[in-house]
Design a protein around this ligand. Structure first.
Ligand SMILES: Cc1cc2nc3c(=O)[nH]c(=O)nc-3n(C[C@H](O)[C@H](O)[C@H](O)COP(=O)(O)OP(=O)(O)OC[C@H]3O[C@@H](n4cnc5c(N)ncnc54)[C@H](O)[C@@H]3O)c2cc1C
Length: 484
């Protein structure tokens, strides 16, 4: 399978006019249009590219027209959901972007307990609409993230210990294929496609509608942020290990390091969650609360507000790159401290990167592991936790240093897993691929992130997107580069 021929770097005016005339309801923005500068922005400045035109989609039919148009004229194409990938996968230099940001309707069926959301929704749209009916589904922990990219790559969130991944709660989709067909896919319709989109959906089409199973969530949750000075580091991660050992999903946390303003001194971060009463939460978290946090902002909040808690530390703008890794539980406190030392040293060398963070996501994994790694394209299920290495900096001249450091840290996590395996932790021998593709902004190969599902996915790609129109995803990019 090959890629399309080299896309034209400058979209000719006549082509723009032709496409604009073929669209039924959607607008086409060019660099001269009002609103273009806003729509070309991405969560990370470094992922922004100057599109030749932006198709502000409002219907599946117009998406279909645009897909066929791009193939007819060999025009580079990208699909933009929430715009949060740091790899640039939702941007195009000179080509056409199918921008879904105008497609944000959500409908809730409180009787069936389902939520149907258009492909350009952000998690705040879903959380709010479901919350009005005392329902919730497994969404991302930062509510301005797009449901599109997050769902199609798997989806972890505060509720995944109780209800599995976002894809485990995905019931069906409506999507536009590379050949322009508008189809539905579920466990009973186009089932091979449904297998593929749950993990590798970015490379198989444009999803215009997601239907999720929702769960009763009438009670508020206890959640918030704690910050500790580094001398408390061992107590914090030991409590994190306790959460991992005993939680059935009701308790979860994100722990790691950040350097908040105004001082930007590296601190130990614990974002905490408990799905129960305040009394239960306080009793459960007592040892952590007693470890004298210097910042303590925790309270009972409605679930629909939960995923806005991290918004202030995950704002738009700045140059960014993210990379995923995994860790085995329990985390060795000495390893945790060595990472803190690395983080501190790096921020001393590159103070411009003070907005960065290193995180351990601590979710109960039993529910996630009830589904096998071959049941869907997603292949990162295991009794381990995800790490997020998220760098943010301001100056372009620091790009190389920041990207290099992310790679070094990813190797550090890998080394720690290898150490665990050598020392005979059998749990590590029956696991998934060990990297969450949605956290990878550095072009990890398809073979690595899909593991044993890779060959089946290549076949599926041959059936549904033989010209590799969706070439910017992990699978698509691997096929372009011949990098399996
Ligand atoms: C601040 C922040 C917090 C995050 N938190 C979480 C988290 O809690 N849990 C988690 O699992 N992940 C999380 N992530 C990772 C997140 O899943 C990915 O960044 C994801 O790609 C974001 O999707 P998006 O639609 O916003 O991004 P985009 O950049 O718009 O899209 C990413 C990819 O998905 C494709 N795409 C988007 N929408 C569609 C669609 N409707 N149809 C077809 N293709 C589409 C794009 O073409 C692109 O290839 C987080 C990321 C950030 C930056």
């Amino acid at each position: 399978m090959g890629s399309l021929q080299e896309p034209s770097s400058v979209l000719r005016e006549s082509l723009i006019t032709e496409l604009a005339h073929s669209l039924k309801a959607s607008k086409l923005l060019t660099p001269a249009s009002e609103g273009y500068a806003e729509k070309v922005k991405r969560w990370a400045d470094s992922a922004e590219k100057q599109a030749g035109a932006i198709m502000l989609a409002t219907s599946a039919t117009d998406i279909s027209t645009t897909l066929l148009f791009c193939q007819k004229y060999s025009i580079d194409l990208a699909t933009r959901g929430g715009g949060h990938s740091t790899s640039g996968a939702s941007s195009s230099e000179g080509g056409i972007v199918i921008d879904l940001s105008e497609m944000r309707n959500v409908t809730v069926n409180p009787v069936d307990k389902t939520v149907t959301a258009q492909g350009g929704c952000l998690w705040e749209d879903v959380d709010k609409a479901a919350g009005q009916h005392g329902l919730a589904t497994v969404g991302g922990t930062v509510n301005h993230t797009g449901i599109g990219g997050l769902t199609l790559g798997g989806g972890y969130g505060w509720l995944c210990g109780q209800h599995g991944l976002t894809i485990d709660n995905l019931l069906s989709v409506k999507m536009v294929l590379a050949n322009g067909d508008i189809v539905r896919s579920s466990e009973s319709e186009n089932t091979d496609l449904f297998w593929g989109i749950r993990g590798a959906g970015h490379s198989l089409g444009v999803v215009t509608e997601f239907t999720y199973r929702a769960h009763d969530q009438p009670n508020p949750v206890w959640a918030g942020q704690l910050l500790f000075t580094p001398d408390k580091l061992e107590s914090v991660i030991e409590f994190g290990n306790h959460i991992a050992a005993v939680s059935k999903g009701e308790a979860a946390a994100i722990m790691g390091f950040c350097a908040p303003p105004p001082v930007h001194a590296p601190l130990v971060l614990a974002v905490v969650f408990y799905n129960g009463t305040e009394e239960q939460a306080l009793a459960f978290y007592r040892p952590l609360l007693d470890a004298s946090p210097v910042v303590k902002m925790v309270s009972m909040i409605p679930y629909r507000s939960l995923n806005s808690l991290l918004n202030p530390v995950a704002g738009h703008g700045g140059r960014k790159v993210s990379k995923g890794a995994v860790y085995a539980q329990p985390v060795r406190p000495t390893f945790f401290r060595s990472l803190y030392d690395d983080f501190s040293t790096f921020l001393t060398e590159v103070p411009d990167a003070a907005g960065s963070m290193l995180a351990f996501e601590i979710y109960a994994t039993d529910k996630i592991c009830q589904v096998s790694n071959t049941a869907m394209a997603f292949a990162n299920r295991g009794s381990y936790g995800n790490n997020l290495i998220m760098l943010q900096w301001g100056q372009k001249e620091n790009d190389a240093a920041c990207r290099a450091w992310v790679r070094v840290m990813a190797e550090r996590f890998k080394g720690e897993m290898e150490r665990g395996k050598r020392e005979g932790d059998v749990r590590l021998l029956v696991e998934g691929v060990g990297e969450y593709l949605n956290s990878d902004g550095l072009g990890q190969s398809g073979k690595v992130v899909f593991g044993q599902n890779y060959e089946r996915l290549v076949e599926l790609k041959g059936k549904y997107d033989p010209g590799n129109v969706f070439a910017k995803s992990h699978l698509g990019a691997s096929l372009v580069k011949g990098k399996v």
